[in-house]
Ligand binder design. Structure first.
Ligand SMILES: [Zn+2]
Length: 418
């Protein structure tokens, strides 16, 4: 298990490998005894709110505690700077970082976005190489290279001719997160080629040797070295084809599955020299309909441009952008279903009276999301006098609110909290 010391919570570590509760990487935390996980994504009755968002406590079964070696990553990262500073640097970055034709086509053809909207929303591309050149141009436009200190995504690398600034992360489509004052306060990368990893349970060890050609169904495959009962062998695994081995008496022995890691990652550099973590607090995204965007001044609250007495909430920034255009309503894009405490203050500042939650149709039926929704309703009832509603639709009309609107449907809105 890869861990990173949390500065603000002594004795706690961010889990950089897979969280034993939610299975995602990063953001969740574990204590030094490895007995309690504070998961950010899977709800539990025992929770508290922190600058990182709501942390749900899960007590690990002593028999099921992680047995893998703990590796504490050495870091000398710096604290994240103010939103104002981040916005200044990220705005300069948008001038030096283009949007690739590949990503523009994705937004046009797959996401059904218009060219003018794509430009207005300032999506960008994190290139595969030559990132130090971009960093150099950004420094040139800023007053000082120390301006990159405390800006998640940037870090200092050690090169042949000494240290130099560059940019972290996988290559992919960069999606900006905006505050209610139109500041860009962070980015998520929609990774082009999410890395593969092996999910293993039981008496088996394995590593990926190399990725090989996809199969005829377009599924990714890899050559892997596995070790079972002291025997090592090379096997070919195919994405999402889980292999389960049981003994003759029917007892579980091991399971192994090749998986693609998550598609969306924060653009962050907290594990690198002079880098900075995106957390404390993690950004939310606020989306206005595209026609309002040219009139939205930096530092200006949007109530003068659009009625904010009703605000919609979904998961994901791209989805919020698309849904704001489809419904012509202001939208929040949460980084996770359970991260609604992040938007409490922004909602109050907007003078919102009615919040409408529009999570994916398939997600709403899972027990985890149902529990998160109940907690969310209780949270709003406790902390605000806002009405809270749930937007519902049939899965056959689209998975996300953006798909639903694309197909010309509208959701049913039902009141949760008066
Ligand atoms: Zn977790």
């Amino acid at each position: 298990m890869k861990l990173r010391r949390l500065r603000n919570q002594p004795g706690w570590y961010e889990i950089m490998s897979r969280c034993p509760i939610c299975g995602h990487k990063g953001w969740c935390a574990i204590d030094s005894d490895q007995s309690v996980v504070n998961c950010m994504r899977i709800a539990s009755d025992d929770y508290f709110d922190s600058t990182m968002g709501r942390q749900y406590k899960h007590y690990l079964d002593p028999d099921k505690r992680p047995t893998t070696k703990v590796e504490i990553m050495q870091v000398d990262s710096v604290d994240k700077k103010s939103n104002r500073h981040l916005n200044r640097v990220y705005r300069v970055m948008t001038q030096e970082l283009p949007l690739s034709v590949f990503h523009e086509n994705h937004l046009c053809d797959v996401r059904k976005m218009e060219e003018s909207v794509i430009r207005t929303r300032e999506y960008r591309t994190m290139p595969v190489g030559d990132r130090y050149k971009v960093a150099k141009k950004i420094i040139h436009r800023l007053s000082d290279e120390s301006d990159l200190l405390g800006v998640p995504g940037f870090f200092v690398n050690e090169g042949q001719y000494g240290p130099y600034w560059t940019m972290a992360g996988y290559s992919g489509l960069m999606v900006p997160f905006r505050s209610i004052y139109n500041e860009i306060t962070g980015w998520q990368i929609r990774v082009d080629n999410p890395p593969l990893e092996i999910d293993m349970k039981g008496a088996i060890k394995g590593v990926i040797k190399k990725e090989i050609e996809k199969n005829e169904l377009g599924k990714r495959r890899a050559q892997c070295e596995i070790e079972v009962q002291g025997k090592t062998m090379i096997v070919q695994l195919t994405e999402k084809e889980k292999k389960v081995c049981t003994s003759k008496s029917g007892q579980f022995v091991f399971s192994i599955e090749l998986k693609q890691t998550q598609r969306y990652w924060w653009w962050s550099s907290g594990s690198k020299t002079n880098g900075s973590s995106i957390g404390g607090p993690i950004p939310y995204h606020f989306a206005l309909p595209a026609p309002c965007m040219p009139y939205w001044q930096l530092g200006e609250s949007p109530e003068g441009l659009i009625d904010c007495s009703e605000v919609w909430v979904t998961e994901g920034a791209l989805k919020a952008d698309k849904a704001a255009d489809g419904l012509l309503k202001p939208f929040f894009g949460l980084p996770g279903v359970g991260s609604y405490p992040l938007i409490l203050e922004p909602l109050k500042q907007l003078g919102c009276k009615h919040v409408v939650l529009a999570f994916d149709a398939d997600a709403v039926s899972t027990p985890e999301v149902q529990q998160a929704l109940e907690l969310c309703a209780a949270f709003f009832a406790e902390n605000t006098d806002m009405k809270l509603s749930l937007a519902l639709w049939d899965m056959s009309q689209g998975k996300g609110i953006d798909d639903l609107l694309d197909l010309g449907f509208t959701p049913q809105v039902s009141l949760m909290v008066e």
